[in-house]
Design a protein. Structure first.
Length: 207
């Protein structure tokens, strides 16, 4: 394979393309070590050392270090490694490695997320957040089931009424434009139109 382009991505790292396609990112010291230069061929033994030893080990270590500080969904971890310049096959190997130790678990992540946000976010908002983090719908449904089996539950009316109190909103005296604004505000929070209308026409939050 011929090195067709080398682009510096930091003071110590370089993006390498071979045969006009992106290949990997290496440290400058590694480029010197393997005598990799733009316009020259990469020996097969060198390519094997990079793709079968150096990069897989580095990606696994990177994944482990990320998971030391917080939980990640599989998609989030994939995106982190991708942003670090790791090729897809190396990313897949690293993800398989950490998954083998159950360091990544989308169901566990989703249940913990629901548990932490059930009292300050609507179900719809929580689902949007988790879907955006790469949680599949089947896993999402299982997470809600598991959380509910733990005794979890939501009272969206109480959550809406709490927000209205914080806003100091009085539906009876509010101007039509103010009513429209508060309605839009609650809808953006992820509450359904039915729940919002019910809360706005209820006097429970005056208590």
């Amino acid at each position: 394979m011929k090195v067709t382009q080398m682009t510096e991505v930091s003071k110590s790292r370089v993006r390498v393309s071979t045969d006009e396609e992106y290949a990997f990112v290496l440290y400058k010291s590694e480029l010197r070590r393997f005598h990799i230069c733009e316009g020259e061929e990469i020996e097969e033994t060198v390519l094997c050392a990079i793709t079968e030893e150096i990069l897989p080990k580095r990606a696994k270590l990177r994944a482990m270090n990320l998971l030391k500080n917080r939980d990640y969904t599989v998609k989030q971890l994939h995106d982190k490694l991708k942003s670090g310049g790791y090729p897809e096959q190396i990313i897949a190997e690293a993800l398989g490695y950490v998954e083998g130790f159950r360091y990544t678990d989308d169901l566990r992540y989703a249940v913990n997320f629901i548990r932490n946000h059930a009292q300050d976010r609507s179900r719809r908002r929580i689902e949007q957040d988790l879907l955006g983090r790469g949680i599949g719908r089947e896993v999402l449904e299982s997470a809600w089931d598991e959380w509910e089996k733990e005794g979890g539950g939501q009272n969206e009316q109480a959550m809406i009424q709490s927000l209205l109190k914080k806003k100091g909103f009085d539906f009876e005296t509010a101007e039509p434009k103010a009513r429209q604004r508060i309605y839009g505000f609650l809808m953006r929070k992820g509450f359904s139109g039915e729940e919002v209308r019910k809360a706005l026409h209820s006097d429970m939050w005056y208590e």
